[in-house]
Design a protein around this ligand. Structure first.
Ligand code: ATP
Ligand code: MG
Length: 279
């Protein structure tokens, strides 16, 4: 079936769920992403509820970063639909009620609900911490500089950097830079935060600082979080659900107790024992 047919056949508004559970905030429906002959996301399905904390684990190359990048619209997808808050990210409805590929404006609007933090901090090197945090609210949201600065200071205080507002990235440790990156993503008031191995470039002590900030965020705000991590200890303690990725699909998922304590699938067991041996 072609993509167009599928969208034409699909109703615009899905009926509310029979079991009464909340609509997912993020929904991947049969999402496929290919690079040439390599299928990186393979008819992937994933639903994330509002406020849910989902850890994504799995071998290198299994598609974890691609999943987050697709949600952030940094990658296009070849088939399927991604929805944020009930609205398709990659498609938009026509007046006649059909779905057509989204234009840039639609994508920007939906993407505004999502913040992402990367392994490499990606701060603007020529801007100090506060300037990094206020840049997008001023440029993209059109917030006044005064309002953005006030909020930026609050956010930097929240990540423990109230005394580093004027520091440039080169004057900050890796952990501090990563915390600026978190504050910068939060400045856009996202509903969903994506973290892609945000502690991998940090030594253990700095890593702890960053994880503490993420933990506090999770507790203090009802933020929905998707986190790709190699830190099984953190995933276990922090996540409501752990998804084990393998070959572009969720091979197994469950609560941390289920997935770490009693993995059912052979591939999950092999991955977890390899990770345990490495530590
Ligand atoms: N731009 C690209 N062009 C071609 N292939 C790509 C591109 N980006 C990613 N890939 C391939 O897609 C696959 C999935 O990549 P992805 O980065 O999602 O993996 P990952 O699960 O995040 O791995 P890791 O744990 O190493 O970060 C890999 O085989 C990768 O080589
Ligand atoms: Mg990755």
């Amino acid at each position: 079936m072609s993509m167009q047919q599928r969208f034409d056949d699909s109703p615009m508004v899905r009926p509310s769920r029979r079991d009464g559970s909340a609509e997912p905030l993020v929904r991947f429906d049969q999402v496929t992403k290919r690079y040439g002959s390599l299928t990186v996301l393979d008819q992937l399905n994933l639903e994330v509820s509002p406020g849910e904390k989902v850890a994504i684990i799995g071998p290198s190359g299994s598609g974890k970063s691609t999943l987050l990048r697709a949600l952030m619209t940094l990658e296009t997808i070849d088939d399927g639909v991604i929805e944020v808050d009930g609205e398709p990210l990659t498609h938009m409805p026509t007046a006649g009620g059909h779905l057509i590929p989204a234009n840039a404006r639609h994508q920007r609007r939906i993407r505004g609900r999502i913040g992402m933090v990367f392994q490499s901090f990606n701060l603007f090197p020529h801007m100090n911490a506060l300037q990094n945090v206020i840049e997008a609210p001023v440029q993209v949201l059109g917030m006044s500089k005064a309002e953005a600065s006030q909020r930026g200071e609050e956010l930097l205080a929240m990540v423990g950097l109230e005394d580093k507002l004027g520091h440039y990235p080169a004057q900050l440790s890796g952990g501090q830079q990563q915390r600026v990156a978190i504050a910068r993503a939060l400045a856009m008031r996202p509903k969903v935060m994506l973290f892609d191995e945000v502690t991998s470039a940090l030594d253990p002590e700095l890593c702890g600082e960053v994880l503490n900030v993420i933990r506090q965020l999770g507790e203090a705000h009802n933020l929905t979080m998707l986190m790709v991590t190699h830190q099984m200890g953190f995933a276990r303690e922090f996540a409501d659900r752990v998804c084990f990725f393998y070959k572009g699909r969720i091979h197994e998922q469950g609560t941390p107790e289920e997935l770490f304590g009693n993995p059912r699938e052979e591939r999950t067991q092999a991955f977890l024992s390899a990770v345990n041996e490495a530590h």
